[in-house]
Design a binder for this molecule. Structure first.
Ligand SMILES: [Zn+2]
Ligand SMILES: [Zn+2]
Length: 258
């Protein structure tokens, strides 16, 4: 199977990257989409090491919602992403990008302008987008529509919305990716969402190092744990883990065409 969203080039893995990748491989993972922040030079530099240890990975590059430094020049966030993509032959998507009104790390108008500029970049480059959205449903869908992001498509990563939001995202042409939150005992509505996503729009992820699934909660997460997400999602959909692995793998390959 494939972990379709992890931050494996983060400093959290600098000391034991090889062991983390070895555990992913022995858990049956064939690839991962590794997210890089275009404004984090150290993370961009570590991408090379990740690709050396695990040549099957692909990268997605973006400026996330904490984009306060681009307040005066939102377009320059997109140019920085454009340059980073040009310098990374394994880049296959723009992201993660989007709005987070839970943390509000940057003013909302700045988050929106930086998000919109990167959606335009994705369309120029013909790349899918990896979306992060939290407590910002209305503005997220409005901007996706204004920027015609459905033309390139992509994925709502770590989807935690309700059924109504899931339907909106699917109608807009996007995939939904489920993370370890679906394994939490109280995530009942998310399990219903996991059951209703059409098979050709479903992805699974860890969002490592964040969001470790049950029974690893509270510890550093890693791509090998996507197996736990697969088990829970397969269970609620009434399919085997092998079937789910195959479905999500072919969705991943179609979306991020290796
Ligand atoms: Zn995110
Ligand atoms: Zn992430």
């Amino acid at each position: 199977m494939i972990d379709s969203h992890c931050h494996l080039a983060g400093s959290e893995y600098a000391a034991d990257l090889e062991e983390v990748v070895a555990r992913a491989r022995s858990a049956g993972l064939t690839s991962a989409l590794v997210i890089l922040a275009a404004d984090d030079q150290e993370e961009l530099a570590r991408a090379g090491a990740v690709a050396t240890v695990w040549p099957e990975v692909r990268f997605s590059i973006g400026v996330p919602h904490a984009a306060g430094k681009f307040a005066d020049a939102p377009e320059s966030a997109a140019s920085q992403v454009d340059a980073a993509i040009a310098g990374q032959p394994l880049a296959r998507a723009v992201g993660e990008i989007g709005l987070d009104y839970h943390y509000d790390f940057a003013p909302r108008d700045v988050q929106q302008a930086v998000f919109a500029a990167q959606l335009r970049l994705a369309r120029r480059r013909g790349l899918p987008v990896v979306l992060h959205t939290r407590e910002a449903e209305e503005d997220t869908f409005r901007i996706l529509q204004e920027e015609h992001a459905g033309d390139v498509g992509g994925v709502f990563h770590c989807f935690t919305g309700d059924r109504g939001m899931a339907r909106k995202a699917l109608t807009a042409g996007f995939h939904l990716s489920l993370a370890g939150i679906v394994t939490f005992p109280r995530a009942l509505e998310l399990k219903e969402v996991a059951a209703l996503v059409p098979a050709d729009r479903l992805l699974i992820e860890t969002d490592s190092p964040f969001l470790a699934p049950v029974p690893h909660r509270g510890k550093r997460n890693e791509p090998a744990h996507v197996v736990r997400v697969a088990e829970i999602v397969a269970g609620v959909r009434g399919v085997t883990v092998a079937d789910l692995a195959e479905t999500t793998q072919s969705n991943f390959r179609r979306l991020f065409h290796p």
